[in-house]
Each structure stands twice: as C-alpha cells, then as structure tokens.
Design a binder for this molecule. Structure first.
Ligand code: SF4
Length: 363
C-alpha cells in the first residue's frame, strides 16, 4: 500500500520510542510542554481509538493531533459469534482491503489469532487464504489495531482479557518481517503483552526464523510442518522448495539455542495424505531432538480441494505413535467456530465471493 506523503502518521504503527519522539516534536512545534507526549501515549497503549478520548488534552490539541496522526486503521465490517464462543472479525482497512482476526476462548485463556498479510502468496494447498493468493502486506498499525480493537470487543462483550496472541491468521508473518517485528515490539513494550504470551507461527521462512532468533523479544515460535519429508512436504507446502527441511531444521536449532525455549510444531491432518503410522514415526524421528509439542490439526475442508480431515481414530493413532518415543508431546487441536467459518481465510473468502472485498477495493 502506498501512503501519500502528506497522510497522517499512523501512531499505532510506531514503536513506542519513535512514537514518543514524533509526539514530542509535534508538541514542541506547537509550543506545548514535552510531557504532553507521554500523556498521549498513556491513552494510546491502553487502547484509545480516537483522539477525542484523550480528555486531559485541550480540544485544540486533540484536533491538531487528528490532523498529524491517525489512530484508527481498521473498521469492523463483519462480526460473527460461534456457539462455542469463538468470535471472528472481518476488518476493513483504509484502502478497502479486508482482513480477519479470531478471538478463541478456552478454559481460563482468551487467545487472539491475528493476520499479518491480506491474502498469502505461499499457496499451501489445503489453505483457504492461500487459495485466494496475495493481496498486500499489512502495516504494523493494521496488525496492532487487530489486537487493540479486539481487546475493546472482548471487554464490551464479557469475554475478559486477551491472554495470548498468535500470528496464525491470514498470511505468513515472516514474509512480512518489518511490520511484524515492529508489531511485536509495540505489543510487548507499548501494550505490555508478555512476549511469552505471543506466538509467531511460520510455515518455514528460514531467514525470518533466524532474524527472530536475534531479536530481543522472547516470543514463542510455532513451525507448520504438515509433512516429515521433503517429497511429501513439497506437494503440500510450496515454500519447501525454497527452504527445504534440512535448512529449516538448522534455523530452528539456531532459534532454540538463542532463546532456550521449546519450539512447537503444527501438523494439519489430511485423510490418506499425511496421516499414516509410518509418517508419524518419521515425524517423531525428525523433531524429537527438540522435545517439542506437536499440535495435530484436523484439516478444515475447503470447497475447491477434495481432501477431508483425518478421522478422529486415525488422529488418535497418529498421536500415540508420535508420543511412543517419549520425546514428543502431541495434542489434538479441536476445531473451533465451525458454525461461523472461523478457519483462516474462510470469512474473507466468503466476503470476497460476495463482492464485499471487491467493493472495498473499488472504494
Ligand atoms: S497456511 Fe499460512 S502460509 Fe500457507 S497459504 Fe495459508 S496463510 Fe499462507
């Protein structure tokens, strides 16, 4: 997205130090005291959506702030609430692009799954987002706003506080590294979300994993494998061609060494494609050095792919084979929000097909 030079600066997308500098300069130009910058940030990080909420500033200051900066990059287009409490938002971006995020309540946790790109270029063959291709990168402000506005929604609807953030919505976060890394800093140092409560999920972008290893934030890493060998993975996850498994495993080793944490693996279970006992053994062999958690995720059926999720008994058998070595822990992730199209890209795709996104683009 090209932002015209004279457009207001998206304050939410600046890392806290940069935001403070920009605000300090702004108030200095106006002949106002420096502490005003901190006053504004004390509103921004709990989650102000407008400058009008900043009632300890004068009306003239608020109006001037609104001309120089912007706080509201997203408008809720559709909100769907599932019978199981899952809530999905389809947000409208300033240029009309549409993106999704999902609130997932479970036990004493409330997890926000957010998007890092509009669409996705990586084309994993079982993925609803990938099927519609890449639209554009999200800005840091658009990523952070999904969190800020979801916090507001959760508070207003009795869902409690968001306890965890996962970058598992639309897009591949490490294919949009700068805005995603800025968003991690803003969420962690601005909104004070503990880095251990943030998970970046990647399908295997090796340079991004290495960069994540070098970053100061102690965020968690989840790697979507979907297959334990090069040949099968190539048919499911095209990025395997660019970053084959040996390179990916090396990058994970580097991340584990740097962070001293356990990596999580994600494995979408597709009937008769990647769910045989032999593949479970191969997967255990591949990942056991990390003593990881492996999440087994029944595939979300998508209309234009004939594949089905593996049956529960096959997943249970796969899980027990994986755990046989004692060095791998496996868990079956139960599908959530199936009555509201909560899988990655589904709501966007529905909106797209109805012309919502197309209308948005035109506007
Ligand atoms: S699974 Fe993730 S990386 Fe693969 S196409 Fe879908 S959004 Fe992109």
């Amino acid at each position: 997205m090209t932002i015209p030079a004279d457009s207001p600066t998206p304050l939410l997308g600046l890392e806290p130090e940069a935001a403070r500098t920009a605000l300090t300069e702004f108030f200095a130009e106006r002949g106002e005291r420096r502490y005003r910058a901190d006053q504004v940030l004390e509103w921004v990080y709990p989650g102000a959506q407008t400058f009008d909420e900043m009632t300890n500033l004068t009306k003239a200051s608020r109006e001037a702030l609104g001309r120089r900066f912007t706080l509201a990059p997203l408008v809720p287009e559709v909100v769907q609430r599932s019978n199981d409490g899952t809530v999905k938002h389809l947000w409208r971006c300033p240029d009309g692009e549409a993106i999704e995020s999902v609130l997932i309540p479970a036990d004493d946790r409330l997890t926000l799954c957010l998007s890092s790109q509009a669409g996705c270029a990586l084309g994993c063959v079982f993925c609803g987002t990938g099927a519609y291709g890449f639209r554009r990168q999200l800005t840091a402000a658009e990523i952070v706003a999904q969190y800020r506005d979801s916090v507001r929604y959760a508070q207003a609807h009795g869902m409690g506080a968001i306890t965890n953030i996962v970058f598992m919505g639309m897009g591949e976060p490490l294919a949009n590294p700068e805005p995603v890394f800025a968003a991690l800093t803003i969420l962690n140092r601005g909104f004070r979300v503990g880095a251990r409560h943030i998970t970046v999920s990647t399908v295997g972008i090796v340079p991004g994993i290495r960069e994540l290893a070098r970053r100061p934030e102690q965020v968690r890493l989840a790697v979507s494998l979907h297959a334990p060998n090069h040949k099968l993975r190539l048919t499911l996850v095209p990025v395997e061609k660019r970053y084959p498994l040996p390179q990916l495993m090396d990058a994970i080793r580097e991340w584990v060494r740097a962070k001293g944490k356990r990596v999580t693996f994600e494995y979408t279970m597709i009937q008769d494609v990647n769910d045989s006992p032999a593949l479970a053994d191969e997967l255990a062999e591949l990942v056991c050095e990390f003593h990881p958690l492996v999440n087994l995720i029944p595939m979300n059926p998508i209309p234009f792919v004939g594949w089905r999720p593996s049956p529960p008994e096959v997943i249970a058998q796969f899980r027990s084979r994986l755990e046989r070595s004692g060095r791998v822990r496996a868990r079956v992730r139960s599908p959530r929000g199936s009555d509201i199209a909560a899988a990655c890209g589904q709501l966007y795709n529905q909106a797209y097909e109805k012309g919502l996104a197309a209308t948005a683009r035109a506007s």
